[in-house]
Design a protein around this ligand. Structure first.
Ligand code: FAD
Length: 459
């Protein structure tokens, strides 16, 4: 539904004429994200300051217009797909890194900075911001904060929530608040910072981010181990963890994924393998050397048919590039990909792998399976086609099988991609009505008119 002339004029008065998009051709690319589905927004507004965001939200409350905050739109859970009549509030003009503080090991930046650019800026000072979703080159810092993103390096370093010290947030009713601060410790009041991290644009618009940095690791070693059984690969993951090694990254890809990646971006993955593990250890040189020896030992004892050690930085990049290409490669292999994100306790990974494969076989559906295996975070991505209603119904039934299996194994329905609109109906399965009721009470208190990203997280 197109926005009325009066709304457009009032938005233009706030941000300037050129920062409101309303022509249908300009709106199309804001009508979808990386999850299936699309709805045209009524218009797109591109503010530059927290004060402008505040005025937009006050106006939206007055006119009862839903507002969808949007970074790069790479989320996989439908978090930025508009609802009918909604306007998109895009953060791309908030694009400055404001400070990298080497004395405090912290940085402050605006939400529209691309995560890859942020990584490069801090790494140029030999500092490190570990959160590393495979979409890092294109995802916005604000989007990863609102999504509580994870990625490849969580097994050792944790997720986005472990790095955020403070935020500037515009509440749904327009008040600009500061949560947390710049200190490592902070016990002043309720922890609103970590309420906002992962709130998926439903509780406020993040306009400034202060995060913790750590020293850039001095050394790393990377390898790829191939297996003729995915179960053996999954069991090796537990064997590595049991040896008290915490790799920087411990990833798995199944046969289907290997073939899809090789067709999309040939990287020398073994096409005949049933699964590969990609493993990196980092830290001080001596520690890296001894940990890497134990990793290679665990891979061989776990039945690896071959192990390839990256000989230089270029080969390391090829291996990680292959893992990052997993989702784009699958998108080439099927018209629609339902990207799944269940997480189970790490020792239950082999059992979860067995259950998702058996469920897919029973439903007659194909999977491309990858996992941030060291975290117990499994991506059994369903290859499907949203133009075929029967196939989609079966795909959703399979998704429900996965969620039931994860909950049964004491896991959770999303480890990093968020609830969005895709998983919102299943939240009560995890927390029960009372648990979801507590989430609703928070949403009502902060957003009494339900204008900020309605229908996401909570239905
Ligand atoms: C190829 C690919 C690989 C991926 N790999 C991973 C991975 O390994 N690990 C992982 O965790 N995720 C992964 N993701 C998904 C990941 O969630 C997103 O890439 C990222 O976290 C979102 O950033 P974005 O800028 O695209 O945010 P968007 O998609 O624009 O928004 C995400 C959510 O945050 C909200 N939002 C955005 N900006 C703000 C703001 N400033 N204030 C308040 N709310 C806001 C939106 O409303 C939405 O709900 C992948 C996605 C792709 C496409």
């Amino acid at each position: 539904m197109a926005a009325g002339a009066s709304l457009i004029a009032q938005l233009q008065a706030i941000v300037g004429r050129e920062h409101v998009l309303a022509a249908p051709a300009d709106l199309v690319s804001y009508s979808y994200d990386a999850a299936p589905g699309n709805v045209m927004p009524s218009c797109v507004v591109l503010p530059r300051t927290a004060e402008e965001v505040s005025r937009i939200l006050v106006l939206a409350n007055d006119l009862n217009v839903p507002v969808i905050p949007r970074g790069s739109g790479t989320n996989l859970s439908g978090g930025t797909i508009p609802v009918e009549g909604a306007l998109i509030l895009a953060t791309s003009r908030f694009d400055r890194i404001l400070e990298i503080n080497e004395g405090n090991l912290s940085a402050t930046a605006e939400p529209g900075v691309l995560l890859g650019d942020f990584h490069a800026a801090v790494e140029a000072r030999r500092l490190f911001y570990p959160p590393d979703p495979a979409s890092a080159r294109i995802a916005s810092l604000g989007g990863t904060v609102a999504e509580g993103a994870g990625g490849l390096r969580c097994v050792k370093y944790g997720t986005t929530k472990d790095y955020i010290l403070g935020l500037e947030v515009v509440l749904p009713t327009g008040e600009v608040i500061q949560t947390g601060g710049v200190t490592v410790k902070n016990r002043s009041g309720y922890d609103l910072t970590h309420l906002m991290v992962g709130s998926e644009g439903t509780l406020g618009v993040v306009t400034r981010i202060t995060c913790r940095l750590v020293p850039l690791p001095a050394a790393h070693q990377t390898c790829m181990a191939a297996y003729d059984s995915i179960q053996r690969a999954a069991e090796t993951v537990s064997a590595i963890i049991r040896r008290r090694i915490v790799p920087a990254a411990l990833e798995m890809m199944d046969h289907h994924s290997i073939l899809a990646v090789e067709a999309f971006r040939p990287s020398g993955l073994p096409r005949d393998a049933e699964a590969v593990l990609l493993i990196e250890v980092d830290g001080a040189p001596a520690e890296v050397e001894s940990d890497f020896k134990l990793v290679l030992e665990a891979c061989r004892e776990g039945g690896a048919t071959s192990v390839r050690v990256a000989q230089d930085e270029a080969e390391r990049e090829v291996l990680w590039g292959a893992r990052r290409a997993h989702y784009p490669a699958l998108s080439r292999a099927a018209p629609t990909v339902l990207v799944e994100d269940m997480t189970v306790p790490r020792e239950s990974l082999p059992e979860m792998v067995a259950r998702v494969r058996e469920a897919a076989r029973r439903r007659g559906l194909e999977l491309g399976l990858a996992a941030h295996a060291g975290d117990g975070n499994i991506h059994p991505d369903i290859l499907t086609d949203q133009r075929d209603p029967e196939l989609m119904a079966r795909s959703h039934a399979l998704l429900e099988d996965f969620i039931r299996a994860a909950i049964d194994l004491k896991g959770t329905l999303t480890g990093e991609h968020g609830v969005g609109s895709l998983k919102a109906p299943y939240l009560p399965w995890l927390y029960g009505e009372a648990g979801v009721g507590a989430l609703r009470a928070i949403k009502r208190a902060l957003d009494p008119n339900n204008i900020l990203n309605p229908g996401k997280v909570l239905v």
